[in-house]
Design a protein around this ligand. Structure first.
Ligand SMILES: C[S@@+](CC[C@H](N)C(=O)[O-])C[C@H]1O[C@@H](n2cnc3c(N)ncnc32)[C@H](O)[C@@H]1O
Ligand code: SF4
Ligand code: SF4
Length: 331
């Protein structure tokens, strides 16, 4: 993050958050609507573009904006059932899925002791998928990085802190990667400086430091159209803002992925959200907007270039007032 972005987030957190959201909603609304229409009018329900599988619902950080932080957590501890995990990946493979895959949600993926094995399985079954991981890096080591590197396309290390300073272990990783470019030539590694107490979105009322106010948000939302959200309890949820695991679009131990994703129940909800999120109670006050890459992704699909869409990087980061990410990332 550049000094300006850091300063704005630290000293004018609400202003920075709201200015960003206003800009994004204004500039994206037309393409978002076009994608919703394309999706709802397709002969067959289109595949998701990003499949998110949260394998364990815990984190070890204290980010003020996130419900998964250790102070705000209230979900009963769950880890995904191994057979169910493999079945989900197998179903994606049978479906011919080549889109994005993440094995994290509202959690810290490295807390799952089987996370490397799971990525290995996914890589073998879904060789053409763009697999990306986002981590707070708190327990990341050079050895762990080496273990997971062969199975992922992109690694985002979010260095959450109060000062613009890398944690010691992340600095070590940064130096190691810089010194061994050949070893990681096939992996896009990005380290992002993140302010631990910034304000982001209200996430449908679940963010600890931003209330979902009485304000009704009359914008559509891409997430139910682009993202498949799978929780460790084996349910398909609405989206990443369901931090408390309350939505239910199918128990994947009982119905197939395809059935849950294309169900009439889900389609009905999508029709409402397409006309404005205020039409669906869960979304009425939610000011979440997806990270920018989904916009590029749906634009690529609308222009007929599915292959280009599949290859786009999966940034999970909102940027304030910048078109590119030059000074947000240390590459
Ligand atoms: C929930 S974290 C999970 C992965 C990992 N723990 C990490 O932080 O990189 C994934 C992303 O969600 C974002 N996030 C968390 N709370 C948010 C909020 N209230 N609004 C928008 N994005 C949020 C974080 O900024 C992070 O980039
Ligand atoms: S943003 Fe990531 S690291 Fe921070 S509390 Fe949430 S899940 Fe944990
Ligand atoms: S409006 Fe918010 S809660 Fe509703 S689908 Fe979009 S991101 Fe999820």
């Amino acid at each position: 993050m550049g000094k300006f972005g850091w300063f704005a987030r630290k000293h004018f957190p609400m202003l920075a958050s709201n200015a960003y959201l206003k800009l994004q909603f204004t500039t994206r609304s037309k393409s978002q609507k076009a994608y919703c229409d394309y999706f709802l009018n397709a002969k067959e329900v289109p595949m998701p573009n990003v499949v998110n599988i949260e394998t364990i619902n815990r984190c070890n950080s204290t980010c003020a904006f996130c419900t998964a932080n250790v102070h705000a957590e209230r979900r009963p501890l769950r880890k995904i059932d191994d057979d169910l995990y493999r079945s989900i990946i197998d179903q994606l493979a049978d479906w011919g899925y080549k889109g994005h895959l993440t094995l994290y949600g509202n959690n810290e993926p490295l807390l799952d002791t089987e996370i490397v094995e799971r990525h290995k399985y996914a890589r073998e079954k879904l060789p053409d998928s763009f697999i990306f991981m986002s981590t707070n890096g708190l327990i990341l080591t050079i050895d762990k990085l080496k273990e997971v590197a062969p199975y992922i396309n992109q690694l985002i290390i979010n260095n959450y802190s109060m000062e613009m300073k890398l944690h010691d272990n992340i600095k070590e990783i940064y130096d190691y990667v810089k010194a061994h470019p050949q070893e990681f030539k096939d992996l896009d590694i990005q380290i992002q400086m993140r302010y631990l107490q910034e304000v982001l979105t209200n996430r449908a009322g679940s963010a600890p430091n931003k209330k979902a106010t009485e304000k009704v948000v009359k914008e559509t939302c891409l997430l139910p159209f682009t993202d498949m959200w799978i929780m460790p309890n084996g349910k398909m949820g609405l989206c990443c803002c369901d931090n408390f695991e309350t939505t239910d679009f199918g128990d994947l131990t009982k119905v197939s992925l395809k059935e849950a994703w294309g169900s009439e129940q889900f389609q009905q909800v999508r029709r409402k959200i397409a006309e404005g999120r205020q039409n669906y109670p869960f979304c009425k006050h939610c000011d979440f907007i997806d990270a920018g890459f989904r916009m590029q992704l749906v634009n690529a699909i609308l222009s007929g270039d599915q292959e280009a869409a599949n290859k786009l990087g999966g940034h999970e980061r909102m940027k304030i007032g910048k078109k590119n990410n030059e000074d947000d990332n240390i590459k």
